[in-house]
Design a protein around this ligand. Structure first.
Ligand code: SF4
Ligand code: FES
Length: 207
């Protein structure tokens, strides 16, 4: 299919039908921050950190670049005072859940977000869905999933699948922007490990 053109940050960019704004920007070497995006997975649009300003058909609005289709003659801005403000607030909220995430702290530095702005509710997960989607879409195992709704939503392993599939895989670990997955896995691992025989040489009276 033939290329069409749009403008991103003042640059004329060629894109193909089916491309998202994020993909169009990436082909032109323009960086947009992402947290829930992965090139092997279906676009998801959960974290909104990739929000850009879009001017099309006489209207201006804010859209998630990782899910929004690129179209001819769009005018896109990836950085502005308002976009920085949006990203700052998103990062401050995510940092309340995952205060030690290096990836979030690095972005916070870039966008001037205050990591201590919101009270900590450390769930260590920002619900980006990378682990869940990778396991379902790439591995087709569904060993990790979302549970509950709203504020109680969390991810967890499904023990009966995890016990068979996860030991030799762990491919979702490095995808996690907060390292929550490692913590969850360690927990599950310890819960599922057979109990060790107690041994204590110091006070057993031997010797
Ligand atoms: S555990 Fe990590 S990868 Fe999975 S949803 Fe939470 S933040 Fe995303
Ligand atoms: S990277 Fe686009 S919404 Fe998360």
């Amino acid at each position: 299919m033939s290329d069409f053109f749009l403008q991103i940050d003042g640059k004329k960019v060629a894109a193909k039908p089916g491309m998202t704004l994020l993909e169009a920007a990436q082909t032109a070497g323009i960086t947009i921050p992402t947290l829930c995006h992965h090139e092997q997975l279906e676009p998801y649009g959960a974290c909104r950190i990739c929000t850009v300003e879009l001017e099309a058909q006489g209207r201006t609005g804010y859209v998630a670049a990782c899910t929004h289709p690129a179209e001819a003659d769009q005018v896109v801005r990836t950085r502005s005072e308002q976009l920085d403000r949006i990203r700052r607030v998103l990062l401050e909220q995510m940092l309340s859940h995952a205060p030690d995430s290096e990836e979030l702290l690095e972005l916070a530095g870039e966008y001037g977000a205050d990591p201590g702005r919101y009270e900590k509710e450390a769930s260590f997960c920002i619900l980006c869905g990378l682990c869940v989607r990778y396991c379902a879409e790439v591995k087709q195992k569904h060993a990790v999933g979302f549970f509950d709704r709203g504020a109680k939503r969390e991810i967890n392993f499904i023990p009966e699948i995890a016990v068979k599939e996860c030991w030799d895989c762990k491919e979702c670990f490095p995808l996690c922007p907060t390292s929550a997955l490692q913590a969850a896995y360690v927990l599950i691992e310890s819960l599922m490990a057979p109990p060790q025989a107690e041994s204590c040489g110091g006070c057993s009276g031997h010797g």
